[in-house]
Write a protein that binds this ligand. Structure first.
Ligand code: SF4
Ligand code: SF4
Length: 462
């Protein structure tokens, strides 16, 4: 390290120095890393990036050096390196510290600065989401994404528009003439052939839970989730209620700050986290339910993010302990079984569910509990889809390559629907499918369960 300012820039990494020590340089993490597998450069592997971080901590490399910034930037933050590490290196925490150092060391590009500013403000978020919904609703995003010339192999604007189009709910519900059940519908992907045969009569599952008997739950509404995926929030709320939870509305909550943490903007990430901690702690709930993998992982790490915060630190740790992905609250023997949904679905494991939260079985259990829903295995289901926030746009070529592999894997399953528990993954995979002119559609697993419940009549009279 050459000067005092370098030391100040690297302060975040310095604070995490002890977390670098457990790495024994074994290299077990290398084959799990999507960037290393594709680029073959040790500097783009977890071990290589940890080596660069150590060089910064020891003063052999400046945090504003091109090498450090390039290879830290190129990390997807997918955390596939964590579960395979025999030394339990906390790579995610270290990456956040490294990104904070990079964030301090350079002028953040205008587009990224704008995005971070928008999602720091509740008002700006709401207005930007309204604008996005208008563009999406008018059909402009889909039209432009499909019409823009394909001159280059990857076109970030075109892809961004396709992502917006992909956020539209594309599950089409049509009244079935042969179901014979009032309110039942033929459930299929838009553009796909109708399942053959008549729709099975809904099986009205037992209701072992009295309303609210399983506890009070606050739902994290989110920013993009509330703005573009309100239908997923609504479905989550109905499904929680049908499973005996009391869902309470909590005002004053906002963006979880995951986007800011991943970008290295720790100051604003902490501000957003504090606001959520205050709002959700005041609600006095048993659980905070989250249906977006990235946001769930962020809330579960609030204890770490605010560990030095005298006012909110304790409440942040308690909030982290009470946070659950929606699948954790619903899946398993206690989950209520709905009516049959004859469709073929495949499941993509969002990185922040399987790697960051260790939730592999729960989302699958949720799907497998839906009668007649055929769940087809997906090749490399736990590999990143290339979304990683806005990686598909900032690292268009590499993100595009990783995304293309995911699209191939989805298409080869023969599924009509791909279910995944994160809005970013739904948009990334959905955009790839749209641009590939595929009929396969994306949805959240809870949307399928919600439809199964609706067909079973669980919401009748509500
Ligand atoms: S697997 Fe863990 S200990 Fe081995 S090189 Fe990777 S981070 Fe280091
Ligand atoms: S987070 Fe993902 S991309 Fe980054 S080093 Fe780990 S496995 Fe590689």
């Amino acid at each position: 390290m050459k000067n005092k300012s370098d030391t100040a820039l690297a302060a975040a990494l310095w604070a995490q120095e002890d977390r670098l020590a457990p790495c024994v340089h074994c290299g077990f993490c290398l084959p799990a890393c999507p960037t290393y597998v594709r680029l073959g450069d040790e500097n783009d592997s977890p071990r290589g990036r940890l080596h660069l971080m150590r060089a910064v901590v020891e003063g052999r490399l400046a945090p504003d050096s091109q090498a450090f910034q390039t290879h830290i930037d190129r990390c997807l933050g997918c955390r596939a390196c964590e579960p395979v590490c025999p030394s339990s290196v906390a790579y995610g925490v270290l990456l956040e510290a490294a990104r904070e150092s990079v964030f301090r060391a350079r002028k953040t590009p205008f587009a990224a600065r704008t995005l971070l500013a928008v999602f720091s403000s509740g008002v700006l978020t709401r207005w930007s989401m309204l604008l996005a919904r208008i563009v999406r609703g008018l059909g402009f995003a889909g039209f432009a994404a499909r019409s823009l010339p394909r001159g280059r192999t990857f076109h970030p604007v075109r892809f961004g528009l396709a992502m917006l189009e992909a956020s539209r709910g594309r599950l089409r519900l049509e009244q079935s003439s042969d179901s014979g059940a009032a309110g039942a519908s033929d459930y299929r992907a838009a553009g796909s052939a109708a399942p053959s045969g008549s729709v099975a009569a809904p099986s009205h599952g037992e209701t072992p839970w009295k309303d609210g008997s399983r506890g009070r739950v606050a739902m994290l509404r989110g920013c993009v989730q509330a703005g573009l995926f309100a239908r997923v929030n609504d479905a989550s709320e109905r499904v929680l209620r049908a499973n005996g939870y009391q869902v309470v509305e909590v005002r004053g909550q906002g963006c979880c700050g995951a986007l800011h943490t991943h970008a290295g903007d720790a100051v604003r990430a902490r501000e957003l986290a504090r606001a959520n901690v205050r709002a959700l702690a005041a609600a006095d709930v048993d659980f905070v339910a989250v249906n977006a993998a990235g946001c769930g992982a962020a809330l579960k790490e609030y204890g770490h993010l605010l560990e030095a915060d005298e006012e909110c630190g304790e409440a942040a740790a308690a909030l982290a302990d009470s946070t659950r992905d929606i699948s954790e609250l619903i899946a398993g023997e206690a989950g209520r079984v709905g009516a049959p949904l004859p469709a073929r679905v495949t499941y993509d494991a969002a990185c922040h569910l399987c790697h960051a939260q260790g939730l592999r079985e729960e989302p699958l259990m949720l799907l497998e509990a839906i009668p007649e829903l055929v769940v087809l295995p997906l090749r490399d289901a736990e590999e990143c889809c290339g979304g990683a926030g806005i990686y598909g746009i900032t690292h268009a070529e590499l993100g595009g390559e990783i995304g293309a592999d995911k699209i191939s894997a989805v298409v080869e399953t023969g599924a009509e629907i791909v279910a995944t528990g994160n809005p970013g993954c739904m948009m990334q995979i959905g955009a790839g499918l749209i641009l590939d002119e595929s009929d396969v559609i994306t949805c959240h697993p809870v949307e399928l369960l919600d439809e199964s419940y609706r067909r079973a009549g669980f919401y009748d009279g509500r």
